[in-house]
Design a protein around this ligand. Structure first.
Ligand code: ATP
Ligand code: MG
Length: 266
């Protein structure tokens, strides 16, 4: 059975995309068949694995297809799912890309039947092909995020080690609770992941302490350091492992992936 992990936080720029891309790449390197789903119209995840806007179909068309489960077959959806770009060649990594056009789906779905369950349907149709499915959510608590939380088995919440980073976390936890009560009773919180940590900066240490207070027992041991290589890698269309395997960012995401695998298996 496959496991679906959502990377969620409605706060912008906290490291969701960096975490989704690099976690998925680590899984692929660990020989797990992995699907990375970009459900953010910004399409940063797609660009980070070398897929730039094309005229081809993407997650928008895939989600439109799910209106009618008979049309959303594994064969049809597999035509939309792609291998990562050649420069990011990881045999076991596939991507369901996004593009700015996805933004219109939000409006189109307002009165649609099963509007919260479209991504769940999509994943159910293709999950036999994968061990892990990682979803990069957009920076908002909109219908795309509700679809993400409804489709997932668990959530990882990246929290940036900066002053305002805990703002909005209560709202996110409320949304998760609403989804657990109404749409996805089995949804679990895997934990909060501290990102962009700078050990020379006392604010980083303070925020880390504050996050540990807010999520008792639910903060990953791995802390992602601020590392310029992590910021550079997307411009080369590569996950950090393929850009600079020795970097602190690479080592941290590998440790994080191991921690997630322990949770999944334990
Ligand atoms: N550990 C890190 N060290 C250095 N830079 C980082 C790190 N993590 C992320 N960044 C950079 O910070 C910026 C925001 O990161 P990212 O795009 O992953 O956040 P996000 O939460 O997905 O943003 P959005 O809310 O817009 O989707 C990017 O430029 C990224 O390259
Ligand atoms: Mg992002």
């Amino acid at each position: 059975m496959s496991k679906t992990i959502a990377i969620c936080n409605q706060k912008g720029g906290v490291g969701k995309t960096t975490t989704a891309v690099n976690l998925a790449a680590c899984f692929a390197v660990f020989e797990k068949k992995t699907l990375l789903i970009d459900i953010d119209p910004q399409a940063n995840t797609s660009q980070s694995v070398g897929i730039n806007e094309t005229q081809e179909e993407d997650i928008y068309e895939a989600l439109v297809l799910t209106e009618n489960p008979e049309e959303a077959t594994i064969e049809r959806l597999s035509q939309i799912i792609k291998p990562a770009a050649p420069e990011c060649k990881l045999e076991l990594l596939n991507i369901l890309p996004s593009s700015p056009g996805l933004a219109k789906l939000e409006i189109e779905l307002v009165n649609a039947m099963n509007r919260e369950r479209r991504l769940q349907r999509l994943i159910k149709a293709v999950e036999v092909n994968y061990e892990y499915i990682i979803i990069d959510a957009p920076p908002s608590l909109n219908l795309l995020t509700i679809n993400t939380l409804t489709a997932a088995n668990s959530v990882v919440i990246p929290v940036q080690c900066e002053y305002f980073s805990l703002q909005g976390v209560a709202e996110l936890l409320n949304t998760i609770k609403l989804v657990q009560n109404n749409l996805n009773t089995d949804l679990k919180i895997d934990g909060a992941l501290l990102t962009m940590y700078d050990s020379r900066n006392s604010l980083s240490r303070l925020v880390a302490e504050e996050v540990r207070k807010n999520f008792p027992g639910k903060v990953f041991n791995t802390v992602i350091p601020r590392n310029v290589k992590l910021a550079e890698a997307p411009s080369h269309g590569k996950p950090i492992l393929l850009y600079d395997i020795q970097s602190a960012g690479s080592q941290a995401y590998m440790k994080f992936a191991e921690e997630i695998l322990e949770i999944a298996n334990g």
